[in-house]
Design a binder for this molecule. Structure first.
Ligand SMILES: Cc1ncc(C[n+]2csc(CCOP(=O)(O)OP(=O)(O)O)c2C)c(N)n1
Ligand SMILES: [Mg+2]
Length: 732
């Protein structure tokens, strides 16, 4: 029998109904066997120390080939996990591309040598870059499915536009597209799994959740992770789902299950859950030895269910291939795999000089001076009538809200979601109520103005908010989400650090997730206490790939939020709660295009004797202190408001320190390991010869903020403590 063997996917290999033809069954076997052989070759290369890591997809091939053949690469969307070699091969990733990642080659199309093997990514095939974090990907799939639906309901959002991130973000979508996400049964213990089911179910999204249940999470058996040992039983009551629990070692059963799941999703009936029982004939990875924790009988029972052997038996039993023909096919694939590995071993390695590429967008530079615009004199916000009052100074809360209105009008790809951000989720109430619009009212009126498609409440789940934002943003949308209080950002930390910030770098520029996260932050609230007063910005400036913005006044907040929204990097936008409605720092509405570049400090008070570098709510306190130091001690302090913390304006700091030769770095966050430590260290390092005194730092005590105002005052930096530091430094 003549066999057409090629590594490329044969399109249309699997009809939705009727018998599979012999050729189709052979094709399924070919893909499964190919996957196993690529694993085996990688294992050999690892033992020869030619590659540095190996994790196999062995035992999962039937499930994955079934999924791939039921879906459409480059049309549907894929959020796999590390076991999904057979899925990716069947979608069209080649063995050579897989080996390129294993050797860490420059030409590894998934990551350019940055990620371990089996960390899939292919833009043409719609495989969105995955991390090693189990389960983060499921929320990306949800956001991706939401974006697809949004584009199909809002064709106006598809168009490119010059002047912002849209110039670099192509939109592709299909009305009946599906997002597939895969994970192991152990990973279903993660909260993100349940947060993803929540939204997929609630919003009837076309997401297929594929649970590849091999009975173990490294050494932990399923009953330890899953109460009762069966995840299907636990999820059975989620509305709108199509459920299937199947033998994940039988390729045809798997294919049929995914075809039914895809039909349910494409028809708009909601998500699907395909739970496949498969096996893990090899250990978890080459760093694991399952003989340490599994009985021989159990391992033998797994071997009996090996999907490759089962498929081979079927081909023989049904007379589709003879033993000789199977041998010939396997030998041909072996040769093909060996040749692919050899080619990858010869591939160029990534240049060390390229390490910093794609940490941030190379297309759009948010520090560019060309971004800067002047406030428009006498500007009147759309929808509001012109009056003298319109030109009156407005609060930071007002001007952030105005920026959101203006940008949403300007860019139909912007959506806003988070906890309580909508005016009223029950739209019927909107006719008679004013609306909530955020616990601080920063998003007030957005739902009423732009509709519930664009402004909506999330479940009370921070990872859900950020994970979905990542999915939306990879599709070219601009989610501007809210974390209600900085104190509760931690459930989203995993998504922020391992996903949002890393998407571009780890995929070597193939993917990006430029979402904006607005976060009310800080203390000085009188009674805010531990869980409504936290700072902690250095925890985020310590994460490459993330822009961090921290305005101190209304005008800066407006201009910087606009840059955040229009830029092509993920931005954490801190809004100090104490500054939202202060008399300090109010400004007239600056017009719908006012923008401030990142990395540009503002000299809020020029001075000759001491430089004080600060930001956020310490700015007005530093101003008070500087006035007092001038008045009572004749010390002339120059205050720099950094405005953005990553990037920050080193030139402005250096210029001022060269002039004054004395510098204090002050912030509200705790002193030790705080943001000031980095700035102080760099000044000491690079400006040592310009200094006449040691660099001083001011920060909160190394403790959380207490409820009793007496204690809060003592814990946080105050004008008096700043004056004292100024005096001490002058006297040095
Ligand atoms: C968030 C997170 N925690 C821990 C790990 C380490 N780890 C990698 S794989 C794994 C087990 C996953 O088991 P399962 O979900 O059943 O998938 P399987 O490997 O069995 O296919 C663990 C604990 C990780 N990668 N990510
Ligand atoms: Mg498992």
């Amino acid at each position: 029998m003549g066999l057409a063997v090629s590594t490329a996917r044969v399109p249309g290999a699997a009809p939705d109904s009727g018998q599979l033809t012999p050729q189709q069954l052979i094709e399924i076997y070919r893909l499964m066997f190919l996957s196993r052989r690529v694993d085996d070759r990688e294992i050999l290369l690892k033992r020869q120390q030619k590659i540095y890591f190996q994790v196999s997809g062995a035992g999962h091939e039937a499930l994955q080939v079934g999924a791939a053949l039921a879906l459409r690469p480059g049309y549907d969307w894929f959020f796999p996990y590390y076991r999904d070699r057979a899925l990716c091969l069947a979608l069209g990733v080649t063995p050579e591309e897989m080996f390129l990642q294993a050797v860490g080659a420059a030409t590894d199309p998934a990551s350019g040598g940055r990620q371990m093997p089996a960390h899939w990514s292919s833009r043409p095939l719609h495989i969105v870059s995955t991390s090693s974090s189990t389960t983060t990907q499921v929320l990306h799939a949800v956001g991706c499915a939401e974006a697809g639906r949004y584009f199909s309901h809002h064709p106006e959002a598809v168009a490119k536009a010059e002047g912002d991130y849209r110039a670099f973000r192509d939109v592709e979508f299909h009305d009946d597209e599906v997002a597939l996400t895969c994970l192991g049964e152990g990973s279903t213990s993660q909260g993100e799994f349940w947060e993803a089911l929540n939204t997929a179910s609630n919003r009837k999204l076309p997401v297929i959740f594929c649970i590849e249940d091999n009975g173990y999470a490294i050494s932990v058996p399923v009953e330890v992770n899953t109460p009762g040992g069966n995840i299907s039983k636990l999820v059975a009551n989620f509305p709108n789902f199509h459920f299937a629990e199947i033998d994940g070692t039988d390729a045809e059963i798997c294919l049929r299950a995914f075809q039914a799941a895809a039909a349910h999703c494409r028809a708009g009936n909601g998500p699907a859950f395909v739970h496949g029982h498969c096996v893990r004939p090899y250990s978890h990875s080459l760093s694991d030895d399952d003989k340490l924790y599994r009985s021989a009988a159990e391992r033998e029972a797994d071997a009996m269910r090996d999907p490759i052997a089962k498929m081979q038996m079927r081909l023989l039993r049904e007379g589709i291939l003879s033993v000789d023909e199977i041998n010939a096919l396997e030998q041909q694939l072996d040769r093909e795999v060996a040749a692919a590995a050899e080619r990858a071993l010869e591939a160029p390695l990534p240049p060390v000089s390229g390490i910093s590429r794609h940490v941030y967008s190379e297309d759009l530079n948010p520090t560019s001076a060309s971004i800067a615009t002047e406030p428009t004199k006498g500007a009147v916000q759309a929808g509001k009538s012109a009056s003298a009052k319109e030109n009156a100074p407005r609060t930071m809360a007002d001007l952030i809200n105005a920026c959101l209105h203006d940008e949403m009008r300007h860019d139909p790809r912007i959506i806003v979601f988070g906890e309580d951000v909508a005016d009223a989720s029950r739209e019927g109430a909107l006719a008679e109520v004013k609306g909530k619009g955020g616990v601080f009212k920063l998003t007030a009126g957005l739902q009423a103005a732009f509709g519930s498609d664009r402004v909506f409440n999330s479940p009370l789940a921070e990872a859900n908010i950020v994970g979905r934002a990542v999915g939306y943003a990879t599709r070219g949308m601009k989610p501007v989400v809210e974390i209600q209080f900085f104190d509760y950002i931690w459930p989203a930390m995993h998504q922020i650090r391992n996903e949002l910030a890393l998407m571009r770098w780890r995929s070597n520029g193939e993917w990006a997730s430029p979402a904006v996260i607005r976060v009310p932050i800080g203390g000085y609230l009188t009674g805010g206490a531990i869980y409504h007063s936290q700072s902690g910005e250095s925890l985020f400036t310590h994460t490459p790939g993330l822009r961090v913005v921290f305005p101190s006044n209304a005008l800066d907040a407006n201009g910087l939020l606009r840059t955040a929204i229009r830029c092509d990097d993920p931005v954490l936008f801190f809004e100090h709660k104490r500054l939202y409605r202060e008399a300090y720092g109010r400004a007239p509405y600056p017009g719908p295009d006012f923008a401030i570049p990142f990395g540009k400090a503002s000299i809020v008070r020029p001075g000759a004797d001491i430089t004080l570098v600060t930001y956020g709510a310490v700015v007005p306190r530093a101003l008070q202190a500087a006035d007092k130091a001038q008045r009572e001690h004749g010390i002339d302090v120059e205050i720099l408001d950094l405005r953005t913390l990553n990037p920050y304006d080193w030139e402005a700091i250096a210029t001022s320190v060269r002039k004054t030769s004395r510098v204090i770095v002050a912030h509200e966050d705790m002193l030790s390991w705080g943001y000031g430590a980095e700035i102080a260290a760099r000044i000491a390092d690079e400006l040592f010869d310009d200094l006449d005194a040691p660099v001083r730092r001011i920060g909160a005590m190394d403790t959380f903020v207490a409820y009793q105002p007496l204690l809060e005052d003592a814990i946080l930096p105050q004008p008096a403590s700043i004056v004292k530091a100024i005096q001490d430094l002058r006297a040095y």
